[in-house]
Design a protein around this ligand. Structure first.
Ligand code: KG4
Ligand code: ZN
Length: 350
């Protein structure tokens, strides 16, 4: 079964084809980062218009790369939410209409389920059940995953998401949107001993997160040292990243101890962070557990994760009616379950 995946929930137009027998056949991602950078964040209307401009050429390109005609597709999966409604509508309208034209099933995929399953696109796949830390620009969630579609929310951010806190702190340091990866590069030359940022919510039991205080602490540190020299910027970046990483790692360690699940999946844009990956691996060794994450370009938004999640659900017989529906907010724990066994999950080429 070959599934075309379309991702347009925010500022990346991602398209890919996933094949049940041969894995990921092709994928392309068009980033709008440059378009939005002068505004310091995503402008929803510009995002929608850019998806309109780029989606069809990206689909044509991906089919060319996969050496397929549209008629070789067996299903179409598009991101149905959560995300920007206008941006989601572009992918959903295109995907649903193309599926109707081709006479194949279509399915709206949950963006965070796409992230959560992205490590399955690697040769070394986690096996169910596992814990998943989803850290993106819009979400920070700890989930207990029994199988595809069996999700229990263990904790989430009460305010800013981890990626949002990275981006806002980066902006304070004068870094262009999206600042997360730029802050991480800057932190490499920072002195870890100069500033000590708070580790939010670690003094309380439980698995909830809160990052707005960390961002305010960064603001106050910036104000106290303005005008900022380059070394101070790097030192602040390092202190922020250390605090974020330690907080995420400690909560994951708590979740491992509470659930006794030793397999941990990291996914979402922030899971591309090298410092986070290394710290998580170190903790997992202590806990006799294992950490899985996708390669960096499958951590951030892409069509491959939507094609893969769509493939799993379409082949289980799920599909959407002709109505085109998107959801700005969408509770992942309410998704229908899939009853296929772990062994059905195919290992595929990369
Ligand atoms: O998953 P994603 O691509 O989009 C959403 O679904 O939101 O995540 C984007 C977020 C942004 O906040 C970006 O700054 C952050 O992921 N990010 C990083 C890194 N790469 C991306 N944050 C820290 N370090 C990175 N290397
Ligand atoms: Zn995302």
């Amino acid at each position: 079964m070959r599934v075309l995946g379309i991702e347009t929930s925010c500022d990346e137009t991602g398209v890919a084809v996933y094949c049940g027998d041969n894995g990921l056949l092709a994928q392309v991602v068009h980033s709008q980062a440059q378009l939005h950078s002068k505004y310091g964040g995503v402008v929803p209307e510009l995002a929608s218009r850019d998806h309109v401009r780029n989606l069809l050429p990206q689909v044509q390109l991906v089919l060319e790369q996969a050496r397929l005609t549209p008629h070789a597709l067996d299903g179409i999966a598009y991101t149905g939410g959560p995300g920007l409604v206008g941006a989601l509508m572009v992918g959903a309208t295109f995907g649903r209409s193309l599926a109707w034209t081709l006479g194949v099933p279509a399915l709206a995929v949950h963006h965070m389920e796409g992230h959560l399953l992205a490590p399955m696109l690697e040769l070394n796949q986690p096996t169910f059940p596992f814990l998943a830390l989803l850290v993106s620009g819009g979400h920070t969630q700890l989930i207990e995953v029994t199988k595809i579609g069996h999700y229990k929310l263990l904790g989430e951010s009460l305010d800013d998401a981890a990626g949002e806190a990275f981006d806002k702190t980066a902006k304070l340091l004068g870094l262009a949107y999206p600042g997360g990866p730029k802050l991480a590069s800057l932190a490499l030359s920072g002195d870890p001993k100069r500033f000590c940022f708070p580790r939010p919510m670690l003094d309380r039991p439980g698995l909830q997160f809160s990052f707005s205080g960390l961002k305010t602490f960064a603001l106050n540190t910036v104000l106290a040292h303005t005008p900022l020299d380059d070394q101070t910027k790097a030192d602040i970046a390092r202190a922020f990243e250390d605090a974020m990483v330690e907080t995420l790692v400690t909560k994951c360690q708590r979740a491992i101890n509470l659930t006794n699940l030793k397999t941990l999946v990291l996914a979402g844009g922030v899971s591309a962070n090298q410092h986070l990956r290394l710290a998580m691996e170190k903790m997992a060794i202590q806990e006799h557990g294992q950490v899985y994450y996708p390669r960096p370009h499958l951590c951030t938004d892409n069509g491959a994760m939507i094609a893969y999640a769509g493939y799993q659900r379409l082949r289980a017989g799920q599909q959407d009616p002709l109505a085109i529906r998107v959801h700005a907010r969408w509770d992942m724990t309410k998704l229908p379950a899939i009853t296929q066994s772990d062994s059905d999950v195919k290992i595929w080429k990369t």
